[in-house]
Design a protein around this ligand. Structure first.
Ligand SMILES: Cc1ncc(COP(=O)(O)O)c(C=O)c1O
Length: 449
Protein backbone atom coordinates (compact mmCIF):
# COMPACT_ATOMS: atom_id res chain seq x y z
CA UNK A 1 0.00 0.00 0.00
CA UNK A 2 1.29 3.45 -0.81
CA UNK A 3 2.20 5.66 2.11
CA UNK A 4 -0.60 8.08 2.73
CA UNK A 5 0.49 11.69 2.56
CA UNK A 6 -1.77 13.31 5.06
CA UNK A 7 -1.53 16.90 3.84
CA UNK A 8 -2.17 15.96 0.23
CA UNK A 9 -5.04 13.77 1.26
CA UNK A 10 -6.60 16.56 3.29
CA UNK A 11 -6.38 18.82 0.30
CA UNK A 12 -7.99 16.23 -1.92
CA UNK A 13 -10.76 15.40 0.49
CA UNK A 14 -11.31 19.12 1.05
CA UNK A 15 -11.77 19.56 -2.68
CA UNK A 16 -14.04 16.51 -2.70
CA UNK A 17 -16.12 18.01 0.05
CA UNK A 18 -16.62 21.16 -1.98
CA UNK A 19 -17.89 18.92 -4.78
CA UNK A 20 -20.42 17.47 -2.41
CA UNK A 21 -18.89 14.25 -1.07
CA UNK A 22 -18.52 15.00 2.58
CA UNK A 23 -21.98 16.19 3.30
CA UNK A 24 -21.77 14.78 6.82
CA UNK A 25 -19.29 17.00 8.59
CA UNK A 26 -17.96 15.18 11.59
CA UNK A 27 -17.57 18.24 13.73
CA UNK A 28 -19.64 20.63 11.65
CA UNK A 29 -16.72 23.03 11.35
CA UNK A 30 -14.43 23.63 8.41
CA UNK A 31 -10.79 23.29 9.38
CA UNK A 32 -9.26 26.76 9.41
CA UNK A 33 -6.12 25.74 7.52
CA UNK A 34 -7.40 23.24 5.01
CA UNK A 35 -11.00 24.28 4.55
CA UNK A 36 -11.98 20.64 4.99
CA UNK A 37 -15.23 20.01 6.82
CA UNK A 38 -13.72 16.87 8.29
CA UNK A 39 -11.74 17.08 11.51
CA UNK A 40 -8.07 17.18 10.74
CA UNK A 41 -6.46 15.97 13.88
CA UNK A 42 -7.04 13.90 16.93
CA UNK A 43 -7.86 16.31 19.69
CA UNK A 44 -8.21 13.62 22.32
CA UNK A 45 -6.11 13.86 25.43
CA UNK A 46 -3.44 11.14 25.40
CA UNK A 47 -4.64 7.93 26.94
CA UNK A 48 -2.36 7.41 29.95
CA UNK A 49 -2.54 3.64 29.65
CA UNK A 50 -1.16 3.47 26.15
CA UNK A 51 1.59 5.00 24.18
CA UNK A 52 0.40 6.04 20.75
CA UNK A 53 -3.33 6.01 21.40
CA UNK A 54 -4.62 9.55 21.46
CA UNK A 55 -1.40 11.00 20.11
CA UNK A 56 -1.75 10.29 16.42
CA UNK A 57 -4.56 8.55 14.62
CA UNK A 58 -7.00 6.77 16.89
CA UNK A 59 -5.95 3.15 16.54
CA UNK A 60 -8.82 0.90 15.47
CA UNK A 61 -6.80 -1.71 13.65
CA UNK A 62 -5.84 -4.08 16.46
CA UNK A 63 -6.22 -7.03 14.09
CA UNK A 64 -3.09 -5.71 12.39
CA UNK A 65 -0.94 -3.72 14.82
CA UNK A 66 -1.51 -2.00 18.16
CA UNK A 67 0.26 0.55 20.30
CA UNK A 68 2.00 -0.90 23.35
CA UNK A 69 0.87 -0.54 26.91
CA UNK A 70 2.79 2.40 28.38
CA UNK A 71 4.43 0.09 30.92
CA UNK A 72 5.61 -2.20 28.11
CA UNK A 73 7.11 0.67 26.19
CA UNK A 74 8.99 1.81 29.28
CA UNK A 75 10.31 -1.67 30.01
CA UNK A 76 11.20 -2.18 26.35
CA UNK A 77 13.24 1.04 26.29
CA UNK A 78 15.02 0.05 29.48
CA UNK A 79 15.91 -3.42 28.15
CA UNK A 80 17.21 -1.88 24.96
CA UNK A 81 19.37 0.53 26.97
CA UNK A 82 20.77 -2.29 29.11
CA UNK A 83 21.60 -4.43 26.10
CA UNK A 84 23.30 -1.51 24.34
CA UNK A 85 25.38 -0.69 27.38
CA UNK A 86 26.75 -4.18 27.92
CA UNK A 87 27.03 -6.56 25.00
CA UNK A 88 29.09 -9.17 26.85
CA UNK A 89 28.11 -12.82 26.81
CA UNK A 90 27.75 -12.82 30.58
CA UNK A 91 25.37 -9.86 30.62
CA UNK A 92 23.24 -11.34 27.87
CA UNK A 93 23.18 -14.76 29.51
CA UNK A 94 21.97 -13.16 32.71
CA UNK A 95 19.37 -11.14 30.80
CA UNK A 96 18.04 -14.20 28.99
CA UNK A 97 18.03 -16.36 32.12
CA UNK A 98 16.00 -13.81 34.08
CA UNK A 99 14.01 -11.57 31.74
CA UNK A 100 13.44 -13.76 28.70
CA UNK A 101 12.80 -16.94 30.67
CA UNK A 102 10.58 -14.95 33.03
CA UNK A 103 8.61 -13.74 30.01
CA UNK A 104 8.31 -17.29 28.75
CA UNK A 105 6.85 -18.43 32.07
CA UNK A 106 4.32 -15.61 32.03
CA UNK A 107 3.33 -16.25 28.41
CA UNK A 108 2.95 -19.97 29.14
CA UNK A 109 0.73 -19.27 32.13
CA UNK A 110 -1.42 -16.85 30.15
CA UNK A 111 -1.86 -19.44 27.38
CA UNK A 112 -2.64 -22.33 29.73
CA UNK A 113 0.59 -24.20 28.99
CA UNK A 114 2.09 -26.13 31.91
CA UNK A 115 5.70 -26.30 30.69
CA UNK A 116 7.20 -23.01 29.43
CA UNK A 117 9.63 -25.07 27.31
CA UNK A 118 6.68 -25.85 25.03
CA UNK A 119 6.79 -22.23 23.91
CA UNK A 120 9.39 -20.81 21.52
CA UNK A 121 9.72 -17.08 21.02
CA UNK A 122 9.56 -16.14 17.36
CA UNK A 123 9.20 -12.84 15.53
CA UNK A 124 5.51 -13.06 14.78
CA UNK A 125 2.65 -15.33 13.75
CA UNK A 126 3.93 -15.53 10.19
CA UNK A 127 7.21 -16.99 11.40
CA UNK A 128 5.43 -19.40 13.74
CA UNK A 129 3.10 -20.57 10.96
CA UNK A 130 5.98 -20.93 8.51
CA UNK A 131 8.03 -22.91 11.02
CA UNK A 132 5.27 -25.50 11.13
CA UNK A 133 4.40 -25.35 7.44
CA UNK A 134 7.96 -25.63 6.14
CA UNK A 135 9.31 -27.85 8.91
CA UNK A 136 6.60 -30.52 9.05
CA UNK A 137 7.79 -33.89 7.71
CA UNK A 138 5.30 -34.76 4.98
CA UNK A 139 5.12 -37.29 2.22
CA UNK A 140 3.67 -37.31 -1.27
CA UNK A 141 -0.10 -37.65 -1.09
CA UNK A 142 -0.43 -36.29 2.45
CA UNK A 143 -3.45 -34.08 2.69
CA UNK A 144 -3.68 -30.68 4.42
CA UNK A 145 -7.07 -29.23 5.36
CA UNK A 146 -7.07 -25.43 5.28
CA UNK A 147 -9.91 -23.19 6.42
CA UNK A 148 -10.70 -20.74 3.65
CA UNK A 149 -10.82 -17.82 6.12
CA UNK A 150 -7.22 -18.28 7.22
CA UNK A 151 -4.68 -15.51 6.84
CA UNK A 152 -2.34 -15.73 3.86
CA UNK A 153 0.54 -16.83 6.13
CA UNK A 154 -1.42 -19.96 6.97
CA UNK A 155 -2.91 -20.46 3.56
CA UNK A 156 -0.69 -19.24 0.72
CA UNK A 157 2.34 -20.53 2.67
CA UNK A 158 0.90 -24.04 2.36
CA UNK A 159 0.64 -23.52 -1.38
CA UNK A 160 4.27 -22.50 -1.39
CA UNK A 161 5.19 -25.68 0.49
CA UNK A 162 3.18 -27.79 -1.97
CA UNK A 163 5.47 -26.56 -4.76
CA UNK A 164 8.32 -28.59 -3.28
CA UNK A 165 6.43 -31.48 -1.62
CA UNK A 166 3.61 -33.11 -3.60
CA UNK A 167 1.01 -32.76 -0.86
CA UNK A 168 -2.63 -32.15 -1.58
CA UNK A 169 -4.34 -29.07 -0.17
CA UNK A 170 -8.06 -28.89 0.47
CA UNK A 171 -9.83 -25.66 1.30
CA UNK A 172 -12.74 -25.94 3.69
CA UNK A 173 -15.51 -23.35 3.30
CA UNK A 174 -18.22 -22.64 5.82
CA UNK A 175 -21.70 -21.96 4.46
CA UNK A 176 -23.30 -18.54 5.06
CA UNK A 177 -25.61 -18.12 8.03
CA UNK A 178 -25.38 -18.91 11.70
CA UNK A 179 -23.57 -22.14 12.53
CA UNK A 180 -23.32 -23.88 15.91
CA UNK A 181 -20.03 -25.19 17.29
CA UNK A 182 -21.06 -28.73 16.44
CA UNK A 183 -22.09 -27.72 12.87
CA UNK A 184 -18.60 -26.32 12.34
CA UNK A 185 -16.87 -29.28 14.01
CA UNK A 186 -18.85 -31.68 11.79
CA UNK A 187 -17.86 -29.82 8.62
CA UNK A 188 -14.18 -30.25 9.46
CA UNK A 189 -14.54 -33.83 10.65
CA UNK A 190 -16.37 -34.80 7.46
CA UNK A 191 -13.46 -33.46 5.40
CA UNK A 192 -10.94 -35.76 7.11
CA UNK A 193 -9.76 -38.73 5.04
CA UNK A 194 -7.21 -41.45 5.67
CA UNK A 195 -4.58 -39.19 4.05
CA UNK A 196 -5.23 -36.14 6.23
CA UNK A 197 -2.08 -35.17 8.10
CA UNK A 198 -2.71 -31.57 9.11
CA UNK A 199 -5.66 -29.32 9.84
CA UNK A 200 -4.71 -25.65 9.95
CA UNK A 201 -7.13 -22.95 11.10
CA UNK A 202 -7.28 -19.47 12.59
CA UNK A 203 -8.70 -19.30 16.08
CA UNK A 204 -10.41 -16.05 15.08
CA UNK A 205 -10.46 -14.99 11.46
CA UNK A 206 -8.90 -11.65 10.59
CA UNK A 207 -11.16 -11.37 7.55
CA UNK A 208 -14.50 -12.09 9.18
CA UNK A 209 -14.09 -12.05 12.96
CA UNK A 210 -15.52 -15.58 13.14
CA UNK A 211 -14.41 -17.30 16.33
CA UNK A 212 -13.78 -20.99 15.80
CA UNK A 213 -14.81 -23.64 18.35
CA UNK A 214 -11.33 -25.18 18.39
CA UNK A 215 -11.90 -27.65 21.19
CA UNK A 216 -14.96 -29.11 19.47
CA UNK A 217 -13.23 -29.20 16.08
CA UNK A 218 -10.18 -30.96 17.52
CA UNK A 219 -12.35 -33.55 19.28
CA UNK A 220 -14.44 -34.24 16.15
CA UNK A 221 -11.40 -34.47 13.87
CA UNK A 222 -9.47 -36.73 16.26
CA UNK A 223 -12.50 -38.99 16.62
CA UNK A 224 -12.24 -39.56 12.89
CA UNK A 225 -8.44 -39.80 12.71
CA UNK A 226 -6.34 -39.68 15.83
CA UNK A 227 -3.03 -38.49 14.40
CA UNK A 228 -4.12 -35.35 12.51
CA UNK A 229 -1.84 -32.47 13.52
CA UNK A 230 -4.00 -29.45 14.38
CA UNK A 231 -2.23 -26.11 13.96
CA UNK A 232 -3.93 -22.96 15.20
CA UNK A 233 -3.14 -19.45 14.03
CA UNK A 234 -3.74 -17.37 17.14
CA UNK A 235 -2.83 -13.95 15.73
CA UNK A 236 -6.33 -12.66 16.52
CA UNK A 237 -6.79 -14.47 19.82
CA UNK A 238 -3.71 -14.00 22.01
CA UNK A 239 -4.53 -11.04 24.25
CA UNK A 240 -8.03 -10.67 22.88
CA UNK A 241 -9.79 -13.70 24.35
CA UNK A 242 -9.01 -16.19 27.08
CA UNK A 243 -6.82 -18.87 25.54
CA UNK A 244 -6.09 -22.21 27.16
CA UNK A 245 -4.04 -24.33 24.80
CA UNK A 246 -4.11 -27.39 27.04
CA UNK A 247 -7.88 -27.31 27.06
CA UNK A 248 -8.03 -26.58 23.33
CA UNK A 249 -5.90 -29.69 22.79
CA UNK A 250 -4.23 -28.42 19.61
CA UNK A 251 -0.73 -29.55 18.57
CA UNK A 252 0.68 -26.13 17.74
CA UNK A 253 -0.33 -22.47 18.01
CA UNK A 254 1.35 -19.31 16.71
CA UNK A 255 0.62 -15.71 17.71
CA UNK A 256 2.09 -12.19 17.64
CA UNK A 257 2.69 -9.92 20.64
CA UNK A 258 2.12 -6.74 18.63
CA UNK A 259 -1.60 -7.24 18.11
CA UNK A 260 -4.18 -7.70 20.86
CA UNK A 261 -1.54 -8.36 23.51
CA UNK A 262 -0.46 -4.70 23.20
CA UNK A 263 3.09 -5.91 23.49
CA UNK A 264 6.41 -5.39 21.72
CA UNK A 265 6.69 -5.40 17.95
CA UNK A 266 8.58 -8.19 16.25
CA UNK A 267 7.80 -10.74 18.96
CA UNK A 268 5.52 -13.75 19.02
CA UNK A 269 5.07 -17.26 20.32
CA UNK A 270 5.08 -20.68 18.76
CA UNK A 271 3.65 -23.36 21.03
CA UNK A 272 4.33 -26.95 20.02
CA UNK A 273 3.25 -29.76 22.30
CA UNK A 274 5.99 -32.27 23.05
CA UNK A 275 4.43 -35.16 21.16
CA UNK A 276 4.33 -33.01 18.00
CA UNK A 277 7.87 -31.64 18.24
CA UNK A 278 9.65 -34.60 16.55
CA UNK A 279 7.41 -34.17 13.47
CA UNK A 280 8.73 -30.65 12.81
CA UNK A 281 12.28 -29.92 11.73
CA UNK A 282 13.54 -26.43 12.57
CA UNK A 283 14.05 -24.28 9.49
CA UNK A 284 16.64 -22.00 11.11
CA UNK A 285 19.75 -23.34 12.82
CA UNK A 286 21.35 -20.50 14.76
CA UNK A 287 24.38 -20.47 17.01
CA UNK A 288 22.57 -21.82 20.07
CA UNK A 289 22.12 -25.12 18.28
CA UNK A 290 25.79 -25.32 17.52
CA UNK A 291 26.51 -26.34 21.12
CA UNK A 292 24.40 -29.49 20.92
CA UNK A 293 24.05 -30.49 17.29
CA UNK A 294 24.75 -33.00 15.83
CA UNK A 295 26.26 -34.82 18.82
CA UNK A 296 23.21 -34.53 21.04
CA UNK A 297 20.58 -34.14 18.36
CA UNK A 298 17.85 -31.56 18.41
CA UNK A 299 16.01 -30.49 21.53
CA UNK A 300 12.84 -32.52 22.05
CA UNK A 301 10.90 -29.43 23.09
CA UNK A 302 9.85 -26.23 21.28
CA UNK A 303 13.33 -24.90 22.13
CA UNK A 304 14.43 -26.33 18.78
CA UNK A 305 12.39 -23.61 17.07
CA UNK A 306 14.22 -20.80 18.83
CA UNK A 307 17.68 -21.25 17.34
CA UNK A 308 17.55 -17.96 15.49
CA UNK A 309 21.13 -16.81 16.07
CA UNK A 310 21.48 -13.25 17.40
CA UNK A 311 18.09 -11.72 18.00
CA UNK A 312 16.40 -8.96 19.88
CA UNK A 313 16.08 -10.53 23.31
CA UNK A 314 14.82 -7.21 24.76
CA UNK A 315 11.76 -7.53 22.55
CA UNK A 316 11.08 -11.03 23.84
CA UNK A 317 11.60 -9.93 27.44
CA UNK A 318 8.95 -7.22 27.02
CA UNK A 319 6.35 -9.92 26.35
CA UNK A 320 6.44 -10.55 30.10
CA UNK A 321 5.57 -6.91 30.78
CA UNK A 322 2.65 -7.13 28.34
CA UNK A 323 1.29 -10.16 30.20
CA UNK A 324 1.65 -8.24 33.50
CA UNK A 325 -0.24 -5.29 32.00
CA UNK A 326 -3.10 -7.58 30.94
CA UNK A 327 -3.24 -8.98 34.45
CA UNK A 328 -3.31 -5.45 35.88
CA UNK A 329 -6.28 -4.71 33.61
CA UNK A 330 -8.11 -7.69 35.12
CA UNK A 331 -6.74 -10.54 33.04
CA UNK A 332 -7.65 -11.93 29.62
CA UNK A 333 -11.33 -12.37 30.58
CA UNK A 334 -11.65 -8.66 31.42
CA UNK A 335 -9.97 -7.65 28.16
CA UNK A 336 -12.22 -10.02 26.22
CA UNK A 337 -15.41 -8.53 27.66
CA UNK A 338 -14.18 -4.95 27.24
CA UNK A 339 -13.56 -5.69 23.54
CA UNK A 340 -16.96 -7.38 23.23
CA UNK A 341 -18.63 -4.31 24.77
CA UNK A 342 -17.03 -1.79 22.44
CA UNK A 343 -17.60 -4.01 19.40
CA UNK A 344 -21.28 -4.45 20.35
CA UNK A 345 -21.64 -0.67 20.63
CA UNK A 346 -19.99 -0.19 17.25
CA UNK A 347 -22.22 -2.78 15.58
CA UNK A 348 -25.35 -1.17 17.00
CA UNK A 349 -24.29 2.28 15.78
CA UNK A 350 -23.34 0.97 12.34
CA UNK A 351 -26.68 -0.81 11.99
CA UNK A 352 -28.57 2.39 12.80
CA UNK A 353 -26.79 3.90 9.77
CA UNK A 354 -27.71 0.89 7.61
CA UNK A 355 -24.13 -0.25 7.23
CA UNK A 356 -24.03 -3.89 6.13
CA UNK A 357 -21.98 -5.81 8.70
CA UNK A 358 -20.57 -9.05 7.33
CA UNK A 359 -19.03 -10.43 10.55
CA UNK A 360 -21.00 -13.39 11.90
CA UNK A 361 -22.86 -13.15 15.19
CA UNK A 362 -20.77 -14.65 17.95
CA UNK A 363 -17.56 -13.44 16.31
CA UNK A 364 -15.01 -11.43 18.23
CA UNK A 365 -13.02 -8.22 17.76
CA UNK A 366 -13.14 -7.76 14.03
CA UNK A 367 -16.02 -5.89 12.34
CA UNK A 368 -16.09 -6.16 8.56
CA UNK A 369 -18.47 -4.08 6.49
CA UNK A 370 -19.65 -4.19 2.92
CA UNK A 371 -20.13 -0.62 1.66
CA UNK A 372 -21.56 -1.93 -1.61
CA UNK A 373 -18.49 -1.51 -3.80
CA UNK A 374 -14.77 -2.26 -3.36
CA UNK A 375 -13.99 1.36 -4.21
CA UNK A 376 -16.15 2.55 -1.34
CA UNK A 377 -14.37 0.20 1.07
CA UNK A 378 -11.02 1.66 0.03
CA UNK A 379 -12.36 5.22 0.07
CA UNK A 380 -13.81 4.44 3.49
CA UNK A 381 -10.36 3.59 4.74
CA UNK A 382 -9.10 6.97 3.47
CA UNK A 383 -12.02 8.94 4.92
CA UNK A 384 -11.49 7.17 8.25
CA UNK A 385 -7.85 8.18 8.08
CA UNK A 386 -8.82 11.77 7.58
CA UNK A 387 -11.20 11.53 10.48
CA UNK A 388 -8.13 10.47 12.49
CA UNK A 389 -9.12 6.84 12.74
CA UNK A 390 -6.76 4.05 11.62
CA UNK A 391 -8.90 1.27 10.14
CA UNK A 392 -8.26 -1.12 7.24
CA UNK A 393 -9.73 -2.47 4.07
CA UNK A 394 -9.34 -6.15 3.42
CA UNK A 395 -10.16 -8.97 1.04
CA UNK A 396 -13.13 -10.68 2.67
CA UNK A 397 -14.04 -14.37 2.79
CA UNK A 398 -15.13 -16.14 -0.38
CA UNK A 399 -18.24 -18.26 -0.46
CA UNK A 400 -16.60 -21.13 -2.36
CA UNK A 401 -13.87 -22.27 -4.74
CA UNK A 402 -13.18 -19.85 -7.59
CA UNK A 403 -15.45 -17.16 -6.14
CA UNK A 404 -14.07 -13.61 -6.11
CA UNK A 405 -12.99 -12.13 -2.81
CA UNK A 406 -15.12 -9.16 -1.79
CA UNK A 407 -13.36 -6.02 -0.50
CA UNK A 408 -14.59 -4.93 2.91
CA UNK A 409 -13.86 -2.12 5.32
CA UNK A 410 -12.63 -3.35 8.71
CA UNK A 411 -12.58 -1.88 12.20
CA UNK A 412 -10.95 -3.76 15.06
CA UNK A 413 -11.25 -1.75 18.27
CA UNK A 414 -9.54 -2.54 21.55
CA UNK A 415 -9.70 -1.58 25.21
CA UNK A 416 -8.28 1.86 24.44
CA UNK A 417 -11.20 2.82 22.22
CA UNK A 418 -14.05 4.90 23.61
CA UNK A 419 -17.61 5.30 22.37
CA UNK A 420 -16.61 8.73 21.06
CA UNK A 421 -13.98 7.04 18.90
CA UNK A 422 -16.64 4.72 17.52
CA UNK A 423 -19.03 7.63 16.86
CA UNK A 424 -16.31 9.37 14.90
CA UNK A 425 -15.59 6.24 12.88
CA UNK A 426 -19.26 5.58 12.16
CA UNK A 427 -19.76 9.14 10.87
CA UNK A 428 -16.76 8.77 8.57
CA UNK A 429 -18.10 5.46 7.25
CA UNK A 430 -21.44 7.12 6.50
CA UNK A 431 -19.57 9.74 4.48
CA UNK A 432 -17.75 7.04 2.52
CA UNK A 433 -20.86 4.99 1.88
CA UNK A 434 -22.61 8.03 0.38
CA UNK A 435 -19.67 8.95 -1.84
CA UNK A 436 -20.27 8.90 -5.63
CA UNK A 437 -18.26 6.12 -7.24
CA UNK A 438 -16.26 8.35 -9.59
CA UNK A 439 -15.16 10.39 -6.62
CA UNK A 440 -14.20 7.27 -4.68
CA UNK A 441 -12.25 6.07 -7.72
CA UNK A 442 -10.30 9.32 -7.96
CA UNK A 443 -9.52 9.23 -4.27
CA UNK A 444 -8.35 5.64 -4.34
CA UNK A 445 -6.31 6.14 -7.49
CA UNK A 446 -4.55 9.08 -6.01
CA UNK A 447 -3.68 7.65 -2.61
CA UNK A 448 -3.60 3.90 -3.01
CA UNK A 449 -2.20 3.75 -6.52
C1 LIG B 1 -4.89 -14.55 11.46
C2 LIG B 1 -3.56 -13.90 11.16
N1 LIG B 1 -2.47 -14.67 11.00
C3 LIG B 1 -1.26 -14.15 10.75
C4 LIG B 1 -1.09 -12.79 10.64
C5 LIG B 1 0.27 -12.26 10.39
O1 LIG B 1 0.69 -11.59 11.55
P1 LIG B 1 2.17 -11.06 11.66
O2 LIG B 1 2.35 -10.08 10.56
O3 LIG B 1 2.25 -10.47 13.02
O4 LIG B 1 3.05 -12.24 11.47
C6 LIG B 1 -2.19 -11.95 10.78
C7 LIG B 1 -2.04 -10.50 10.60
O5 LIG B 1 -2.94 -9.73 10.57
C8 LIG B 1 -3.45 -12.51 11.06
O6 LIG B 1 -4.53 -11.76 11.22
Amino acid sequence: MTVLHRRAMLALLGAGAAAGCATVALDGQADAQTGSPLPTGNTEAPNPRLVGAGQGLIPMNAANLTPMFTSVERAFDEYERQLRRDVSFLARNEFVATKVEGARQKAAKMLGVADPKDIAFVRNTSEGNSTVINGMTLEAGDEILIWSENHATNNISWRYRSETTPISLRDIYLPEGELSASDIADIFARAVTENTRVLTISHISNISGRRMPIKEIVAAVRAKKQDVHVHIDGAQSWGSVKVNLTDMDCDSYAASAHKYLLGPRGAGVLYVRKTAVPKIRPVTLGYNLYFTYPENGLSQTAERFECHGQRDVGTFAAIGDAVDAHDAFGGPGAVESAIDDIVAYAKTELRTKNIDIRSPEGGHGVIVMDLGDPLLAMAGFLVLHQASVAGAFIDGATSGPGQPRPVYLRLSPHIYNSREHIDRAVSAIEVAKAMPLDQARALVKRYLG
